[in-house]
Design a protein. Structure first.
Length: 272
């Protein structure tokens, strides 16, 4: 009777233990499921927060990069404009000095040419008058062979004085004509120089505007290319970071779930 009672009591304890283990197993499974869902929800929240943070940081970086490019473009355009302005002034000054030197050389050459021509004409006129005087003297001498030497001397003096007066008048006429021609040539050169300087100035101004416009468009195109490249780089980096963060959260979730499962398993094994 004692042995039979003990056997029956042992089977009842074994049945209670099996039922407790089943309940504990169900509780462990529920805890693991709840822990899994909690980790999943936390991972989604963290991923969403990380995505929004990356998006905001990308926008801030793109805006800062855009403003930096804009400021740099303005500085470069200003420097390029000042460089073109300085170069234009230097070229205009050099062109003005070159024209001035050329005018001086041309005026000097024209003056020397007129002087040489005047001397040649005066010499030719003098020689012509001298020859004519000699011819007239000879004719007068031959015609008035019987006349007195006084008449010959008087005619010689008259011719000599007339020749000197004519030479002086011709010299003054040539000198006045030379001065008029030199003044006209000087004014013509001055007007031509002003026209050339104005045309050179207008050409430099137009070229400067064309170069500035081309430089502005080049900077604008380069800025757009750099902004697009920076945007694409940030987008790619964001995707890589999000993928890495997702994989890290996934691995951490698996590790935590495994650890939680092992803990529950160990706790259920040690349950009396």
């Amino acid at each position: 009777m004692v042995v039979s009672f003990s056997s029956v009591g042992g089977r009842d304890c074994h049945a209670c233990s099996s039922e407790a283990r089943g309940t504990l197993l169900e509780a462990c499974l529920m805890l693991e499921q709840a822990f899994h869902e909690t980790l999943l929800a936390a991972s989604e929240v963290l991923e969403q927060a990380f995505h929004e943070t990356l998006l905001a940081a990308s926008e801030v970086l793109e805006q800062a990069f855009h403003e930096t490019l804009l400021a740099a473009s303005e500085v470069l355009e200003q420097a390029f404009h000042e460089t073109l302005l300085a170069a234009s002034e230097i070229l205009e000054q050099a062109f003005h000095e070159t024209l001035l030197a050329a005018m001086r050389v041309l005026e000097q050459a024209f003056h020397d040419t007129l002087l040489a021509a005047s001397e040649v004409l005066e010499q030719a006129f003098h020689d012509t008058l001298l020859a004519a005087s000699e011819v007239l003297e000879q004719a007068f001498h031959d015609t008035l062979l019987a006349a007195s030497e006084v008449l010959e001397q008087a005619f010689h003096d008259t011719l000599l004085a007339a020749s000197e007066v004519l030479e002086q008048a011709f010299h003054e006429t040539l000198l006045a004509a030379s001065e008029v021609l030199e003044q006209a040539f000087h004014e013509t050169l001055l007007a031509a120089s002003e026209v050339l300087e104005q045309a050179f100035h207008d050409t430099l101004l137009a070229a400067s505007e064309v170069l500035e416009q081309a430089f502005h468009e080049t900077l604008l195109a380069a800025s757009e290319v750099l902004e697009q490249a920076f945007h694409d780089t940030l987008l790619a980096a964001s995707e890589v970071l999000e993928q890495a963060f997702h994989e890290t959260l996934l691995a951490a979730s698996e590790v935590l779930e495994q650890a939680f499962h092992d803990t529950l398993l160990a706790a259920s094994d040690h349950e009396p």
